[in-house]
Design a protein around this ligand. Structure first.
Ligand code: FE2
Ligand code: FE2
Length: 428
């Protein structure tokens, strides 16, 4: 008897760990198998099984089977009558020999009898059948005592809760998966819409074809160079794609004017950041403040921009990114009244206007990205693809970038001097 008690204590100790282990999907089956071993060992039973109930299929599916032979069915159906009776019975052992009135036992009578199964314990947790335990006769062939049945109930309770927890986890995972899929779908719809919008904006402006799309890509590059996360990078791209959305309401003849527009026309055109903000503001943008980027992409650090003449720190960071991308595209594409400028000049211009029009940290990040690509350290060819190979590989551009970057952000006086040396050489 002392040994019997010892086994029971051991079994309960092990079962207490069941709840923790159950959250591990891979261990679940293993844990249930162990629990069956523990019950068998504690009571002295040679045969048994633990099943999980599949509510929608009305099936008891075996999770662990011991000593019942290979031909024991791995799945057993319950009728609604069985379900009702088991729910009424609750979590307590049913003597199979005395429950022959139920369809479940009538159907499986021969099979259960052959294996000398004696007890069936429906695992009812929170008014729901989550599984069942089948137990064969005891090794001593004696009937189960009241005390043993109580032990079985307590263990059954534990296993039932474990299965129920596992079911809940699976349901949560399923929901999470559904949400993820829905989110991905919405995300791609959002991006397709953004791109369609950008194409619509660009259609209106025949001289700067593809401007919005390129500004989106340059903004994306800047965000990448800043080391931003995936979502924020996407946000920056979207802000670039949509920055000129307000131009949709500006007259086509002003946008396409093949000359420098007059003051009145200019005032009309300068409304586009505000209009863009009004268009974008009611939309929920998942990652970044896209409407603010549209509103402030013509502001300058020195306060001489429009529409609000904001100074450096008053300008939203995302707008500073788009400003740089926007101006860079304007400088590097042909306009009706102005030809594209050589890359070296553009680098000069960016440096000269750092701290005046552009945020210096963004200029350095952008130029550093360009330099890495030209040095072959970044193989994405982002700049070459957007600006053309010949343009990007113009002579002296690498040295120019090195020199400019060191001038703008020397890491130590030594690198400054060394870079100046490289720059000087390139001039000769
Ligand atoms: Fe603009
Ligand atoms: Fe623009």
């Amino acid at each position: 008897m002392a040994e019997h008690d010892h086994k029971l204590i051991h079994a309960f100790g092990a079962l207490a760990e069941l709840g923790q282990e159950i959250t591990n999907k891979n261990n679940f089956q293993e844990t249930i198998r162990t629990s069956l071993h523990l019950i068998s060992g504690a009571i002295g039973i040679m045969r048994g099984a633990v099943a999980r109930y599949a509510r929608f299929g009305h099936e008891l599916n075996m999770l662990a089977v011991r000593g019942l032979g290979d031909d024991f069915p791995l799945s057993l159906m319950l009728t609604s009558e069985d379900e009702r009776q088991f729910l009424t019975n609750g979590l307590s052992p049913i003597e199979i020999s005395q429950a022959q009135a139920l369809p479940f036992f009538q159907v499986h009578n021969v099979s259960f009898d052959k294996r000398r199964l004696e007890l069936f314990v429906p695992l009812v947790v929170r008014d729901e059948i989550v599984g069942a335990i089948f137990l064969g006769e005891k090794a001593t062939a004696e009937p189960y005592t009241k005390y043993e049945k109580e032990i079985i109930c307590a263990m059954g309770q534990h296993i039932g809760v474990a299965i129920s927890q596992r079911n809940l986890m699976a349901e949560i995972e399923r929901h999470a998966e559904d949400n993820r899929r829905m989110f991905d779908e919405m995300r791609s719809t959002y991006h397709d819409t953004v791109k369609a919008f950008a194409a619509a904006i660009d259609c209106k402006d025949k001289y700067t074809e593809g401007h919005s799309v390129r500004v989106g890509k340059f903004s994306e590059i800047i965000a990448m160079e800043l080391g931003w996360g995936k979502d924020e990078i996407e946000g920056a791209a979207v802000a670039g794609y949509l920055h000129d959305v307000g131009k949709l309401t500006v007259e086509r003849k002003i946008i396409n004017a093949p000359y420098r527009i007059n003051a009145k026309e200019s005032a009309e055109l300068n409304k586009h950041p505000g209009v863009g903000y009004d268009i974008l503001q009611p939309i929920h943008h998942p990652y970044t403040d896209v409407p603010l980027a549209a509103k402030y992409h013509h502001e300058r650090l020195d306060g001489r921009g429009y529409p609000d003449g904001l100074y450096d720190r008053e300008i939203p960071f995302i707008a500073k990114i788009v400003t740089l991308a926007d101006s860079f595209d304007a400088m590097t594409t042909d306009r009706p009244y102005k030809a594209r400028r050589p890359a070296k000049d553009v680098v000069d211009d960016l440096q000269k206007n750092s701290g005046v029009q552009f945020a210096p940290e963004l200029v350095t990040a952008f130029l550093a990205g360009m330099l890495r690509e030209l040095k072959g350290e970044d193989r994405t060819k982002r700049f070459r693809r957007l600006l053309g190979r010949d343009y990007m590989e113009a002579e002296g551009i690498v040295d120019k970038l090195k020199y400019t970057l060191n001038e703008m952000a020397p890491t130590t006086p030594m690198t400054y001097i060394a870079a100046a040396g490289i720059g000087d050489r390139s001039l000769h």
